[in-house]
Design a protein around this ligand. Sequence first.
Ligand code: 5GP
Length: 178
Amino acid sequence: MATRAAAATLTAATSSLLGRSPSLRSHSLRVPRQVPPQRFVRHVASSANEEAAARAAAATADTGGPTIFDKIVSKEIPSSVVYEDDKVLAFRDINPQAPVHVLVIPKVRDGLTGLSKAEPRHAEILGQLLYAAKVVAEKEGLANGYRVVINDGAEGCQSVYHLHLHVLGGRQLKWPPG
Ligand code: 5GP
């Protein structure tokens, strides 16, 4: 009883100091939920894995050899196609990072293992890819905004060496990206 009375007095005194009602006070002073430390550990571990995988991919895959996307273009491997024309294919990413995550690729790679390999002759297809990204975003109903990303090379975390644009949307995206 004595403890409960002391607690009530303390609550009233604190609210009067803050000039707020006890309910408001308890709400505004709520301690932010702590993110369990293991989540950071997992994030650090997974980004270390991503970096290692990206370096390995860059070392072995930026050779101009075939990639998984050739098989997707030839339909040897199935994909969920969102948009297609004679030059461009857009299909859903197998490991989506947002409710909408579509990859936009040139059907013929023509040396474009990544954006850094672009030459003047690629200017037209680069424009077509970017325009296709806009068409995809419209088709996917991303009226409130979206992001178009090109990862390039090991430090850009590129894993498939056939140029592709990621179209991401359907949730509030954060900036800067990791
Ligand atoms: P990068 O890391 O090179 O920028 O992006 C490559 C993307 O290709 C990744 O997001 C990855 O999930 C996606 N991807 C890799 N293999 C396949 C596949 O077989 N099918 C589909 N749809 N996406 C793939």
